[in-house]
Write a protein that binds this ligand. Structure first.
Ligand SMILES: C[S@@+](CC[C@H](N)C(=O)[O-])C[C@H]1O[C@@H](n2cnc3c(N)ncnc32)[C@H](O)[C@@H]1O
Length: 211
């Protein structure tokens, strides 16, 4: 099963599953790292059912929510209704359906460990940012819980923070910071007696003018 098929299948249950895995503190930390301002536009990449989008619209931003799974975006639409501050787009994180330099912020929460090439996804997020805009990625620290590959179709077992920093810098971002969000992700295996307790990092960087 591919990651897309997995998220198509769990779309209806994702909110309940997510609440078991990580808390709203992740969203609070991600929005704080971006320093979001009312009236601006943000992209939420791998938006799922709108965990990050929810905070952004509450802060008065417009959101372009992108996900590979149409089923999970439909679930998000069912939740938020047809409000005109959310633009739903089916698409791939490595080839975003968003023109160059059109958003002020680009977020990706727990999406990067599913994409084929994380550095390419970061470059895509940098491409769509306006000069002065910020990228914020929140994801799992490097771990060795192999069951997450089988049970959750994770492609990468988290990330080393220095790799993340290097990929942000290679995408031309400045003022790059990678630190802990201060809370963990916990996933109980459904097939064996194993509980994954994994740190969560928050990485942010700014697009300089002229890139
Ligand atoms: C773990 S869920 C996180 C969803 C949401 N950001 C949240 O925090 O609840 C990962 C999401 O990323 C999406 N995703 C995975 N790989 C993707 C890709 N290459 N392009 C776009 N979306 C992707 C999945 O369909 C899924 O909705």
């Amino acid at each position: 099963m591919s990651s897309k098929e997995f998220f198509d299948r769990v779309a209806r249950d994702w909110d309940e599953m997510r609440e078991e895995y990580y808390s709203d503190e992740v969203r609070v930390g991600a929005l704080a790292a971006a320093g979001v301002e009312k009236g601006k536009t943000a992209a939420d990449i791998g938006a799922g059912t709108g965990f990050i989008t929810q905070g952004l619209i509450q802060e008065g931003l417009r959101v372009i929510a992108v996900d590979q799974s149409e089923a999970i975006l439909n679930e998000m639409k069912r939740k938020f209704g047809d409000i005109d501050t959310i633009d739903y787009r089916v698409g791939n994180a490595q080839d975003l359906p968003i023109p160059d330099e059109t958003v002020d912020y680009a977020f990706a929460n727990m999406c990067l460990h599913h994409v084929e090439s994380p550095p390419d996804a970061i470059r895509e997020m940098a491409r769509i940012l306006r000069p002065g805009g910020r990228i914020v990625i929140t994801d799992a620290d490097e771990h060795d819980f192999e069951f997450l590959r089988e049970e959750h179709h994770d492609r990468w077992l988290g990330f080393n923070r220095s790799d993340i920093k290097a990929w942000f810098q290679a995408a031309g971002l400045s003022d790059v910071c990678v630190g802990s969000i201060g809370t963990c992700c916990e996933v109980l295996s459904t097939c064996r007696d194993d509980l994954a307790r994994i740190g969560i990092f928050v990485a942010s960087g700014e697009k300089r003018a002229g890139l």
